[in-house]
Design a protein around this ligand. Structure first.
Ligand SMILES: Nc1ncnc2c1ncn2[C@@H]1O[C@H](COP(=O)(O)OP(=O)(O)OP(=O)(O)O)[C@@H](O)[C@H]1O
Ligand SMILES: [Mg+2]
Length: 466
């Protein structure tokens, strides 16, 4: 048996094999007992006609003869199921009466002794009772034989009577065992479901309470593994966060010094070099900010937070965004309705900032961007639509990968924005969908969150700037 496969199957095989052996052994023993019981009963009955015939053997001068009318012999031979034969042999084994084909007994018999044996007659097995009778000085052998029909029948009946219950018990045992194992393994099934239902980010220990003793070691081993994994992830995140923090200070210094250097009188070459240093410093500090946000958005400590209205959250930064849109000559519109969900405002703000940053960054000057929030059914929705270059369908999964960028769309990002967005959405039990707007060009990003069902009525905000 392979080492994989069903535990239930294996256990059942383990029960089934020995059971078959036990039933087979039981059947063999039953057969022996039934056979010897049937033989003893019918042998005793077979001796009676032999004795009856023996009592009618006479000596007539030098002749020995059977003094019994054939009608009486026929009466002795009557049997409903078996054929009965008889034979009388003289002292020199000469036939005196009966069936000549019946063989002589296999051993010597003294007078008044008898024996039973099996023989072949007319091509079938017969059971023979042989009786020695003294007639004067001589010993005559009387044999009565019968076929085995009723003996076989009785043996078969006895065998069935004893084996059938055994088989039935074996079958019921296997069936009970099969279902019993199913019931017994149910906790394992539940454990499997419990683990399968988890999100890959959920590294909390599995509850050991209520698990059977046999499953507990498995659960606690799993929990130890989860704890180690958790610790490893946390330390990695801490490392990224620390490294990003450490980098911030020197970068800020670098930025200030580059700015200062640019204000000094210098050659044109030097100025353009300083411009480049300044731009690169800018991008590096953006990268570090993104890395820090990603480290914060990743799982680790469990998500906390309270009710958040995306309408208010976004409303707070409208002025800043409009300023950026205007500087790029982009028509930025807001269509905000109440949109309540539960979450961490700082992270949700990062999510929104990254999406809107993309829309403004990748949409050409003169384009338009619209931000919408609303509630529908059990969902709270944030939507950002632009009429920029769009994200080709083939790239829509890949843009969520870290550091993945579409070179053709330009821009100066580091490729972390959408991974941050996906992490934050996932952490809030939400999802992100990328599509093309109804107009046929551009990008439509929709973020769905579980809706919180207790909002205050707000008048919808509609505004357009740019
Ligand atoms: N609204 C959009 N329109 C067109 N292309 C987009 C849009 N949003 C994202 N993209 C494409 O998807 C890529 C990945 O976006 P993502 O926000 O993850 O990274 P990034 O903007 O390049 O860098 P970061 O946001 O970390 O500064 C971008 O490089 C861009 O090509
Ligand atoms: Mg981006």
């Amino acid at each position: 048996m392979s080492d994989s496969g069903s535990l239930r199957q294996r256990l059942t095989y383990w029960l089934f094999g020995p059971l078959i052996l036990i039933v087979a052994a039981g059947t063999f023993v039953s057969y022996r007992i039934a056979f010897s019981a049937a033989s003893r009963a019918y042998d005793a009955a077979l001796l009676d006609p032999a004795l009856a015939i023996a009592s009618h053997i006479r000596r007539n001068g030098s002749q020995i003869e059977l003094d019994l009318p054939s009608i009486a012999i026929d009466a002795l031979r009557i049997d409903t199921e078996d054929r009965v034969y008889y034979q009388v042999l003289g002292p020199r084994e000469e036939l005196i009466a009966g069936t000549p084909q019946l063989p002589a007994p296999p051993g010597r018999l003294e007078s008044d002794e008898h024996m039973f044996y099996d023989a072949m007659l007319y091509g079938e097995w017969v059971r023979v009772a042989a009786r020695a009778v003294a007639v004067g000085q001589d010993t005559v052998i009387v044999q009565v034989a019968e076929t085995l029909v009723k003996r076989d029948k009785l043996v078969l009946e006895l065998l069935i009577a004893s084996t059938l219950p055994q088989l039935l018990i074996a079958f019921v045992a296997v069936a009970l065992f099969w279902f019993g194992i199913g019931r017994g393994l149910a906790p394992l099934d539940r454990l499997r479901e419990e683990i399968a239902a988890r999100s890959p980010r959920d590294l909390r220990p599995v509850a050991e309470h209520g698990k059977p003793r046999e499953v507990k070691p498995l659960v606690s081993a799993l929990n130890r593994l989860l704890a180690r994994l958790n610790a490893a992830i946390e330390s990695q995140q801490r490392f990224i966060a620390n490294a990003a923090h450490q980098l911030r200070t020197p970068l800020a210094g670098l930025k200030t010094h580059a700015e200062l250097a640019r204000r000094q009188p210098s050659t044109v070459e030097l100025r353009s070099l300083l411009d480049m240093i300044s731009g690169e410093t800018e991008r590096t500090s953006h990268l570090i900010n993104q890395l820090l946000t990603l480290a914060r958005a990743e799982p680790g400590e469990t998500a906390s937070g309270g009710p958040v209205n995306l309408h208010d959250l976004i409303g707070r930064d409208v002025r800043e965004w409009v300023r950026r849109a205007v500087s790029k000559n982009i028509d930025l519109g807001f269509e905000l309705q109440d949109a309540w969900t539960v979450g961490e405002p700082l992270l949700l703000r990062e999510l929104f900032a990254n999406l809107l940053d993309n829309a403004i960054a990748y949409t050409q000057a003169g384009g338009s961007v619209t931000v919408r929030t609303w509630e529908s059914g059990s969902d709270t929705v944030l939507e950002i639509e632009d009429n920029g270059p769009g994200i080709p369908e083939a790239e829509r999964d890949r843009v969520f990968e870290r550091f993945y960028r579409i070179a053709a769309n330009g821009g100066e990002g580091c490729g972390l924005g959408l991974s941050i967005v996906a992490e934050i959405a996932e952490r809030h039990g939400g999802g992100i969908v990328l599509t093309t707007p109804a107009a046929g060009n551009g990008t439509l990003v929709r973020a769905n969150f579980p809706r919180l069902d207790s909002g205050f009525a707000h008048a919808p905000t509609r505004a357009r700037a740019g």
